[in-house]
Design a protein around this ligand. Structure first.
Ligand code: NAD
Length: 478
């Protein structure tokens, strides 16, 4: 019998009538565990518990909140190997990436422990004599946190840690597909010393629990990371309920490769950004925009490098890429290989399903050339290891093509020219810009987020996170 993992509400584990299986995508015979599926009543209980716990938790001292978050960070870091391995097992990313994600999650808790005690306000001179003005930040209330399956440790951390650090209570709804990692984060934070009701976990179907949570008038703010398909409906529901809302969604991220780029650097960051973690990163570089002087050399070097990629069971040491997260994602990726071929793209590497020792969702990364900006492959997020090359004349055309997308999450450039690097940083329409670095891969202490259709509302992470998780008060004293 697989182990059963329950929701917890008001500090207690809660049995569910329905359970869902968490399957290892590298080996579908391996069941990671059985996970509770919350009912509407569970959700209502969770929101009520968070509401009830708020007055007391919001009045705790920064030191008390520091202690809880710091203990949680310490436990996450101490268990990084176990957390990383379990993440690899249930999601399919290589163990080394899983472990790095666990470290990131631990560091985020440590960072926001510090933010709790670093909270400041302003004392401002009044325009009137004899009056003092103070601007202070206060906890917002009950936060609904809705997260995706691709970074289940890190994204849980970058929402729960600031919410709790600034004195809010939380109802946490992770994606059903990869539930162990968010369950483990919630369990660690709970045991680090949270009073009952401060953090409530409701694992359950997104289509049922998600809209009910986003539209609840008993919630004060909704922080959502996920797809462009779902995000706008979450925002509409939250606004109708009078809640503050923040969305981080998908991307169609460009990597520009200029004639003067160091070829090995360009290929390294393109392969990493486009294909690692099976392309299942919101910051993946799926559009490779290459100037004509380096185009053929770049494509040849990409194809050579791709032949050497090791694609296998996520738990095996030394692999580069694991499986796709599930059969649905694999089918979607393969369908985009077909779509791109039909549209006139030339498949120069990969693109097929792979078989390995165990039954899993393996795919060889696909590279297309001769693609144009109007093709679906260059407009729609695949969320798989599929990248397309667009040939351009020069830097100006590259920049224009890079920006010609409704998305705006991450954009990269490979160049040895300071002039072009500087211009790209200034004129890219993305929230993140990478020079000679993969479009994916971020620090934990600075803001993260996109522009245009990739993002809505204030930034996440770093000290900027406080803008979402606190509410401002202006007080006048005579
Ligand atoms: P998704 O939109 O399908 O689901 C995200 C979360 O929303 C899950 O918890 C899901 O259960 C829930 N949900 C589903 N339907 C809902 C509804 N109607 N109302 C409310 N909640 C609902 O996304 P996913 O497949 O889990 O994740 C992949 C997507 O996430 C990709 O598009 C990727 O680009 C994006 N992503 C963005 C970032 C970022 O920070 N920009 C980071 C990681 C992933």
């Amino acid at each position: 019998m697989p182990t059963a993992f329950l929701n917890f509400i008001d500090g207690r584990p809660v049995e569910s009538r329905e359970m869902a299986q968490d399957i290892n995508p590298s080996n579908t015979a391996d069941v990671v565990g059985e996970f509770a599926r919350a009912s509407r009543k569970d959700l209502d209980d969770a929101i009520a518990a968070a509401r009830q716990a708020f007055p007391k938790w919001s009045k705790t001292t920064p030191q008390e909140r520091f202690d809880v978050l710091d203990r949680a960070g310490t436990e996450i870091l101490a268990r990084k190997d176990e957390l990383g391995r379990q993440l690899a097992r249930e999601q399919g990313k290589p163990v080394v990436d899983g472990t790095m994600e666990a470290v990131r999650a631990g560091m985020i808790f440590k960072f926001f422990a510090g933010e709790a005690v670093r909270m400041t306000g302003d004392r401002v001179d009044s325009t009137r004599p004899g009056v003092d003005v103070e601007v202070t930040r206060e906890p917002l209330g009950v936060i609904a946190a809705i997260t995706p399956w691709n970074f289940p440790l890190a994204i849980a951390a970058w929402k729960l840690a600031p919410a709790l650090a600034f004195g809010n209570t939380v109802v946490f709804k992770p994606a059903e597909l990869v539930p162990w990692s968010p369950w483990a984060i919630a369990d660690i934070v709970q045991r680090a010393g949270l009073p009952p009701g401060v953090l409530n976990l409701v694992m359950g179907p997104g289509s049922v629990i998600g809209p009910a949570l986003a539209s609840s008038t008993d919630v004060d703010a909704v922080t959502f990371t996920g797809s462009q398909d779902v995000g706008p409906s979450v925002a509409a529901a939250a606004v109708a309920a009078g809640s503050r809302v923040q969305l981080e969604m998908g991307g169609k991220n460009p990597l520009v490769v200029l004639d003067d780029a160091d070829l090995a650097t360009a290929v390294g960051i393109a392969v990493n950004g486009a294909f690692f973690q099976a392309g299942q990163r919101c910051t993946a570089s799926s559009r490779l925009i290459v100037t004509e002087g380096i185009h053929d050399r770049f494509v040849d070097a990409m194809v050579e490098r791709m032949k050497k990629l090791v694609i296998d069971d996520a738990l095996k040491p030394g692999i580069d890429i694991g499986p796709c997260v599930d059969g649905k994602q694999l089918e979607k990726n393969l369908s985009y290989v077909e779509i791109a071929s039909r549209e006139g793209g030339r498949l120069v590497a990969g693109g097929g399903r792979l078989t390995r020792e165990t039954d899993g969702f393996y795919m060889e990364p696909a590279l297309f050339t001769e693609t144009t900006a109007d093709m679906r492959i260059n407009k729609e997020e695949v969320f798989g290891p599929v990248a397309s090359v667009m040939r351009v004349k020069n830097y100006d055309e590259a920049l224009a093509v890079a920006n010609a997308t409704p998305y705006g999450l991450s954009a990269g450039i490979a160049t040895t020219s300071l002039k072009y690097a500087r211009d790209f940083k200034r004129n890219s329409s993305s929230g993140l810009v990478m020079v000679n670095l993969p479009t994916a891969g971020i620090d934990y202490h600075v803001p993260f987020g996109g522009r245009k259709k990739s993002s809505y509302g204030p930034r996440e992470q770093g000290s900027y996170a406080r803008d979402f998780y606190t509410v401002i008060k202006t007080a006048y004293t005579s």
